[in-house]
Design a binder for this molecule. Structure first.
Ligand code: F6R
Length: 602
């Protein structure tokens, strides 16, 4: 979720780092920093907010001669976006930058504090630099100290470390977060994504998990669990825009594929063996709360609607959901035992922000589920749970929705723990299903190919109805919104049981019904709703693990006991369907007409 760069060579280092970070800024931008060791002198600069602030701070700095330099642009996970929490993190004579999350940092921190180490930040990353220096202080050689440090870390990381103990050297390690080493003659570059080094270096090696080593005097030594390792480089791509999309045709497509891994980030440190933890929630935050009101717009509203089923079912808290632009002008009756939850990808949506201010004026406690730390809605709220989806570039929201739903599911279980609302077995089943979610979100090539082939039959018609029941009703709303946003075809989401109360009058062969038919939830009910439509000659695309003989088209999903796993799998199907239809129609998938990513006007 953050970006890192490194450089070892004779050139002016500040600009190399800042230009590299500029390319990575789309991954996170709540703070940034650089550190340089050149001719024995260690220097660093950090700034909160956009990279321009760091550029301004380091304006007069120049570094001459051979040296090592590292930089980082941050998207906060542990600790607020302050200068102290910004990377590089500093010890007595070393600096580190890190992407990922060190899961056992609290245990390491305690150990180091017991040895007299003073921590400056609230981050997990700072433990790395102190651990390294503790080994050096015990008399270890720098590379051995680095190796021992890495051996103690649990979790995901891409790490670069520089130290006065080994000037003109960069230590590196990768496990679960991306990192590459790039070369131009004797000059060595590091980056979390190749966009940062395209145009500077000519070839690169993309590290595998478990690899680590050091670069010194133009040479890179690579190791893994079995010892020293040879590696070969490959030419770097020349097109930056393509590189940012990691080979996908559109950002939206890339973001659909990323969902499996970002959901892992959303759960990290929160889904524990037996419980759900939210470190960011103040103690006793829910005291005095007996109801929940969720308020949001668009896709975030659909996530909220999904959450309302989960909150009532798991946490047994009454919950209602409102569209922010409606809530603002309806003169709502509010009571202070209600927790006001806003959901927003951007954290800047004007209607959601104003609704939040109204609720605060009425004395309600507020919580936001948001993707952008330090955004207006986060700052305005009493507490925030960050979704950790990373920056979403496609205008049509995908991974942000997935992570919002995941947070709401975790929150429901978290609240159920308060008064033991669920028996042990049920809680365990929910936790098990959560852990299996990243797998349910993996996009199989065969599935994508099938949706691509099917999509050619859905480029016309007088409309689409996405139908579902229970949590699959908000998913139907979201599927229809995705389709209309990027295909410009008319689509509606509807509760399947409501079709016979009016909309069924539209049914004929040109009405496309996308039926969400999970096996784990109300299967027989939705089946008879779809049969009613089929009897009126509607064209049916059934999405289900269960073959359905009346379907004109069928997309088979996995059998799964838990409805949330079916939910996430069907979500991917509806996203891919919208994507493929839009591509066939020749539309601009990432920037559909008339839309903006962040709606800061009413
Ligand atoms: C649809 C979409 C929008 C947003 C809505 C709220 O793909 O992205 O419907 O969900 O504009 O935006 P946020 O979540 O930023 O408050």
């Amino acid at each position: 979720m953050c970006g890192i760069v490194g450089y070892l060579g004779p050139k002016e280092k500040k600009n190399i780092l800042l230009d590299g970070l500029q390319e990575l800024e789309y991954r996170g931008y709540d703070s940034a920093g650089i550190a340089v060791i050149s001719q024995g002198k260690l220097q660093h600069f950090k700034a909160v907010g956009k990279l321009e602030n760091l550029r301004e701070k380091a304006r007069d700095f120049r570094s001459e001669g051979l040296g090592a330099a590292i930089g980082h642009t941050r998207w906060a996970t542990h600790g607020k976006p302050t200068e102290l929490n910004a990377h590089p993190h500093v010890g007595a004579f070393s600096y580190v930058v890190h992407n990922g999350i060190i899961e056992n940092y609290q245990e390491l921190k305690k150990e180091l504090e017991a040895q007299g180490v003073r921590f400056l930040s609230q981050t997990d990353t700072e433990t790395i630099v102190h651990l390294f220096e503790a080994f050096i202080n015990k008399g270890m050689e720098p590379f051995e100290a680095f190796r021992q440090t890495i051996a103690r870390l649990e979790g995901a990381y891409a790490i670069l470390l520089i130290s006065e103990a080994a000037p003109e050297t960069i230590f590196f390690a990768k496990n679960g977060s991306p990192l590459l080493i790039a070369f131009d003659g004797d000059e060595v570059y590091f980056a979390s994504s190749d966009t940062a080094v395209i145009g500077k270096a000519k070839e690169a090696y993309y590290l595998e998990d478990g690899e680590y080593g050091f670069a010194s005097a133009g040479e890179v030594r690579l190791f893994d669990r079995d010892g020293p390792k040879a590696f070969s480089t490959q030419p770097l791509p020349s097109d930056k825009a393509m590189a940012q999309k990691d080979g996908y045709r559109f950002f939206m497509e890339k973001e659909i594929y990323e969902q499996s891994s970002v959901i892992g980030d959303t759960m990290l440190g929160r889904v524990l063996d037996e419980t759900i933890e939210f470190e960011e929630l103040p103690a006793r935050f829910f005291e005095g709360i007996s109801r929940i009101k969720i308020c949001a717009c668009g896709t975030s509203y659909h996530a909220g609607l999904t959450g309302s089923y989960l909150l009532e079912r798991l946490a047994k808290v009454p919950c209602d959901v409102e569209i922010a632009s409606e809530f603002r002008y309806k003169e709502p009756l509010l009571s202070t035992d209600t927790l006001f939850i806003t959901i927003s990808q951007s954290g800047e949506t004007a209607d959601t922000l104003e609704a939040l201010k109204m609720a605060k004026r009425a004395g309600l406690k507020s919580l936001t589920i948001c993707n952008v730390d330090n955004s207006s809605i986060v700052r305005e709220s009493d507490a925030a749970i960050l979704t950790r989806a990373g920056i979403e570039k496609g205008v049509a929201s995908t991974k942000a929705f997935a992570t919002q739903v995941m947070v709401l599911w975790m929150l429901s279980l978290y609240l159920s723990q308060r008064d033991d609302k669920l028996d042990r077995d049920r809680r365990r089943r929910e936790l098990d299903a959560m852990r299996r979610t990243p797998k349910a979100l993996v996009v199989e090539e065969k599935l994508h190919e099938r949706i691509h082939r099917l999509s050619k039959r859905y480029l016309h018609g007088h409309g689409f109805f996405f139908i579902g029941r229970d949590i699959f009703f908000p998913l139907a709303l979201e599927g229809a919104l995705k389709l209309k946003e990027i295909s410009y075809l008319h689509a509606e989401g509807y509760p399947a049981g409501e079709m016979k109360h009016g909309p069924i009058a539209l049914a004929d062969a040109e009405l496309f019904t996308i039926a969400l038919m999970p096996r784990s939830l109300l299967y027989d009910k939705i089946k008879s709703n779809v049969e009613e439509l089929s009897a009126r000659d509607a064209t049916i695309l059934a999405i289900s693990p269960e073959p359905f003989e009346l379907a004109d088209d069928f997309i088979g999903t996995q059998h799964s006991e838990h409805s949330m796993l079916e939910f996430f799998e069907m979500m991917v199907v509806t996203q891919l369907l919208a994507l493929e239809i839009s591509i066939r129609l020749g539309n601009d998938v990432d920037m559909p007409r008339n839309l903006a990513k962040s709606v800061t006007v009413e």
